[in-house]
Design a protein around this ligand. Sequence first.
Ligand code: GLA
Length: 727
Amino acid sequence: MAIIFNEENRHFYLEGKDISYIFRINRIGFAEHLYFGRRIGRENMEYMQSIGSGSAYVQMPGERNQSYSYYNPELCFYGTGDYREPTFMVKNPLGDRLCRLHYTGHEILSEKPKIKGMPSLSGGETLVLHLEDELTHFAADLYYTVYDEYPVIARRTVFKNNSDSELVLDRAYSFNLSLSHSNYKILSLQGSWGYERQMQYTDMHRGVVSVDSKRCTSSAILSPFMALLSPDADEDRGIAIGVNLVYSSSFVLKVEGTSEGKGNICGGINDFDFEWHLAPGEELETPEAVIVYSDEGLGKMSRAYHDVYREKLINPRFVKKQRPIVINNWEGTYFNFNTEKLIEMAKAVKGLGIDTFVLDDGWFGHRDDDSTSLGDWFVYEEKLPGGLKPVIDAVHENGMKFGLWFEPEMISEDSELFKKHPDYAIGVPGRDRCKSRRQFMLDLTRADVRDYIVNTVNKIISENEIDYVKWDYNRNVTDNYSLGIPRDRQKEFAHRYALGLYDICERIVNQNPHIIFEGCAGGGARFDPAMLYYFPQIWTSDNTDAEERTKIQYGTSICYPVSAMSCHVSAVPNHQTRRSCEMRTRADIAHLGPTGYELDPTLFTDEDKELVKTQINAYKEDAELVLCGDLYRVENPFEGNYFGFMQVSKDKSRAKLTCYRRMNTKDEIKFVYPKGLDPDKRYYIPEREQTLMGSTIMYAGLQPEFAPRDFVTKVFHFIENLEQEIK
Ligand code: GLA
């Protein structure tokens, strides 16, 4: 049993793989945090309250015992002398913002209930803790889910109005988690277009460190992720506590060093420009926070995220299914294509092992550049006479499936749709809207706009043989205002945008179950767990340069599995960086995730074709490792001249090490130390025609012997050798 309530001391023991989470209901009826960390016994943990938050919790009326002057609540509330960041702020009918949430009961469920209208992890034994304010009847249900298989606790809160009057929430975070000390470094993932999820460290200190987005999207600037690392933590050692929000709109995560060296983490929907009205009987569901505890560094933390997302979040229809190897025309043609060109491209890759041809932007309305036609999801007949059919037929004839690009959330000023429905675009009547990438955004908070999107996109899909869709999203919200939301509720806009997005995803993605949807957002600007629920893979970055990709893919792997990272081989000089890496390097780095080619294949020489064919064959042999393997990061490109990913099958019978060296150096004989093998197994290494023990490979290391050039890779395979005796 993973969740136990001890009636005597009113302790809750929540146990996941390797972890314990313990809190109690204290004498004055508050839920008081006692412990989160490595698995411990089911002791009386009362003594932990004395090393609580250091927050000056004043004596409650009627409570004489001073020992309650410090405690760590499971939800921080305002107005009681707890001066930490409150987990929520509620305005009561009298105008006060006070609240005291007392325990009123709990339920232990064998299976986690789904969140209404938002993605979340599935399964897992779940505790629902009921808290309520005696005076106002504002209430909160705290959800805690644990799994036997993962060192993970999923947290969220449902805020409820059990009173007879309207209440207004100014803040409604998903969780808070008390920390018994603040001696941590903070890791977050920051970036920009073409430079997503770069690792950024700062020290935890007295005061608040926050990462957030105010863009109505999870964004490339900061991911909805944060990790706390003990001072000694590295890839394999030390404590790493990760928090990742299953959410795609404006979010915040805060970590606070409080008095006496204690700490607190909290977060969820960003309370910037936020307010939520709760009529009597109404409730607000908050997004789930996935919290991982690792006592074996960042590596174990990442593998826990990878496992739980693959098993409990990402669409089970596709998560372990062989992904299409695509040829995408975007960097090969941009907007400049016609039926003949596309057919030539399809012919050029015949027999190379590529299985899906993806037609990117520019096939609809009258779109020849990025200034027109978004929202007009009908075929550009002048460019593609006879519609998509001739192209799709040619693609099928050449042995491939067909994929198509959409940007469903957008509208161009120069479009039929805007002429008919200018009000569909987000903005304030009478005020010029801000354009970004020469486009506006559709108001997904409105049901009629959502219906339009769903109907037009589903129409194209139903009229054509489409097996793959790339769902793009190329700008962030400005002019935050909806004609569909009452005046006094406009601050609900950002969260309602997320709910609208999930609604159209449900109706497009889940109503077309045979299609694999790839997410995209001007590259990897909306790479978050909620999007992964719909899109088993997401375009990791518009930057396809192998050198820069080593960092982007390394940073992305901190919480997302490689099976979710779409990576393409593109032409050189690279269109984003003008760097030229050799074909082998480009492929070795792009083949670390679901892969494809994004270039003009009609320019392939016979030699290129042979190489691509060989690369794809090799990729297919290792596809299991990409989809289901454990990732061990071996060399960190943020810290040195090298990058290294080791992908190991769950049964440790097969592994692949991809090493990369940035600059050629004369004076270093490089060793790499593979990880994750079974020390007692013997592995055949085809690249060296040699069999060695796992322990020898990992502890004595291997020399990659890189070619004497810049930007080169070396790949090793390790195949369990059951026959050959070691001499
Ligand atoms: C974005 C995507 C690209 C491509 C273009 C098309 O930038 O990230 O892959 O689809 O849009 O306009």
